[in-house]
Ligand binder design. Sequence first.
Ligand code: HEM
Length: 913
Amino acid sequence: MAMFTDIMNLHEHFPAIAGTIALGLLLMLLLTGFLSKQRSRFSRRSSSLPAVPGLPLIGNLLQLKDKKPHQTFTMWAETYGPIYSIRTGASTIVVLNSTNLAKEAMVTKFSSISTRKLSNALKILTADKSMVATSDYNDFHKLVKRYILTGMLGANAQKRHRGHRDTMIENILRHLHTHTQENPLTPVNLRQIFKTEIFSLALKQALGKDVESPIYVAELGTRLSRDEIFEVLVVDPMMGAIEVDWRDFFPYLRWVPNKSLEMKIKRMEMRRQAVMKALIEEQKKRISSGKELNSYLDFLLSEGKTLTEKQLTMLIWEAIIEASDTTLVTTEWVMYELAKNPKYQDHLYREIQNVCGTNKYTEEHLSELPYLSAVFHETLRRHSPVPVIPLRYVHEDTQLGGYDIPAGSEISINIYGCNMDKKQWAEPEEWKPERFLDSKYDPMDLHKTMAFGGGKRICAGSLQAMTISCTAIARFVQDFSWSLKQGEEEDVNTNMPKICNSEQAMPISETERLLAISARLLAIMGAMFDTLTAYERDHFSVGPCSLVSLVLQVLCNCHSEDHVYGKADEILGASFIFGDSLVDAGNNNYLSTLSKANIPPNGIDFKASGGKPTGRFTNGRTIGDIVGEELGQSSYAAPFLAPNTTGKAILNGVNYASGGGGLMNATGRIFVNRLSMDIQIDYFNITWKQLNGLLGASKAREFIMKKAIFSITVGANDFLNNYLFPLLSVGERISESPDVFINHLISNLRGQLTRLYNLDARKFVIGNVGPIGCIPYQKTINQINQDQCVDLPNKLALQYNGRLKDLLTELNENLPGATFVLANVYDLVMELITNYEKYGFKSASKACCGNGGQFQGIIPCGPTSSMCEDRSKYVFWDPYHPSEAANVIIAKQLIDGDTRYISPMNLRHLRDH
Ligand code: HEM
């Protein structure tokens, strides 16, 4: 179902990808033979199954642009009937829109339609189906579904977790009361409070304990707060699940690499594994000390002896992520409807009063409150949090609704469509709880609608969802009166779930019960069931990761590094290069970013590419290239994100540097995308695992420790594109003094270097920040003279450099076996700028390539820039970066120079150390 989410994004970004589709069409023509075979097979066997007409090759993708897929499916059902087929790229999907057909697929024909179809991203995120919800229906599924029901979600297990639920409800109520007392006129952010508490419940049920203080995650080498853990375990995987991968639509293009996406997902997976491992290890210690709890982990450790460690981790994670969203979303919708309909709210309030009197509602009351149950089910019907069942795959020929459905088709069960079917529901658009008061419904039946699915794959958490949601609703209505902020009503009716920020939350009405509700209208992603929501769309930007770029990656860029300049006396094994645009060798080519250098005349002097741009932000080689070459490395360290940086290629080292990147994650936001140091190290973690696979654990360790140099060139952007750029970036300067900001930088760097040390790095060279007040950009915007530099940036650089020196001394003392070398780039570049003529330069103030102002320092280098005649005579290539000629001089000093510029030893010594 990530496909559906992809569709939405495809349409939002249509103009940007029009060219892509054109190229895609061409490519597809080559594959026509294959396609026609596929289609004829389908049509021969089910000739009369209605099909929604679409475009050649891409099928119905573009038609899904205006609305959410489940709404479009429902609209199509009016024309084509309750069962029809659509095509999304190369896949044929049979869409079911009525309860009878849904039941036929989920119950009667289950044995032929029980496998799951996952997107590429979901395959990685679910460890290839190692969870109840994403596994195929097989012995593993039966076993783990039994585990989750017995250990956590079944009726008996839920009794054992009663205390946690009561605590959760009391905490939420306490927050609401505090809010209304302290901020009686401000709307409350219900979602925020609920989210925190339900995450706490999920952790207690799954692991036995909430995260109360930051925990140390050994594999990430850092402590993470509870909020950060929520991001890693819940938010990131949900975002990852909806990442666009064109190869999901066109599986025959799976040979086309899409490495930046794969790495992004793998990084999420790696971080999630690391956090889960830390959480589980902590609880294992508790268990081995004899303290057992009623947690799912305790249960699995004693009962699930056949599970691998990875499976166990995935099952615990599943229990956390699946509890964290759908129940909250349903409850929020209920409160929205009650706030919108005071008549229904009063009805419910009176029912609760009649049954509970002055006592607080408890779970035991539910069977006596048919209206409460009706409110819950009507909300599930009208606002199903999982509007489309995760795609199922037909693995043997079958029939549905009398039509032949060939093996290989995908089945999409449109729950929303079933619940809006006019033949089954009178006025389905209306939210009318009383429809469920009809005597034909059993008040305690959990499955009055299809919202929880059906058959053998029916939702395992329905009991928990209903218990929590109904208790929360009853207590909210008992204690508060709820109303909507003016104007919200219309918003919701025209736009399905929409998320509002807290300023948009609704005001309270001043009644006795006092009200508090935010009008945050729900954004949902049912239990990883990748239905694109407003929330996801708000947070998700599709880059031009298109067929064009994918194909170009394969045909050009990725081969530009394929040369070997090899030397017989190969001494340095590998350089692992981290940093910013000063050393980026092309990673940003694979990102949707504004910081790119893969346009001419960048790279004009880069021999290995024949003068074509490679993504380096200079005319030739970077310092990293030159150092590797001089020290005998057999080929340049290739960009991590390049598709062919795999297999043995990584034995020459890998370059993780990214234009715009910094020590802080927020640095370089103005460029939209870039790899911060934290991400770069996460990526090295992936390389580390690959090296282990290639060489075996002990050889890999020796190779990394002895044969590899880790160079780090970073920090300038933290000043230029963060601290000194407060309006466009995060604006640290507004809230922090230079001392505090630099403290943060140093503490980040300490953590990052320690992480690399924990991943076996031993030989480090760290560049300090150059004289950033002397670059053509700064000189131009500050309108100073040729021989002047801007004071503040240089002062900040010097202050940081002083602290960096101390940090490296500290690490040299504290991390046994490691050598941290300081590259004094500041003094080196200053020397070049001050005495440029001595080094054969004609200018040290003007950019060779650029435009704007006295120093050509405003517009970066590109095809329309003016370019100097002799590139070897300029210290600066462009408004920010040194020329290759300057890089050569700097690199030579670092390799063989003395302690003025490189200390305590130069890089040749470091290599042989
Ligand atoms: C209102 C809240 C919820 C709704 C509407 C909902 C809906 C669904 C739906 C539609 C399915 C797919 C069924 C299928 O593929 O046929 C499902 C599966 C599942 N749900 Fe829920 N869910 C909710 C809450 C929860 C909670 C709170 C948990 C656990 C804490 C949970 C755990 C699961 C599991 C483990 C499965 C996989 C079952 C299987 O494949 O056999 N759900 N849910």
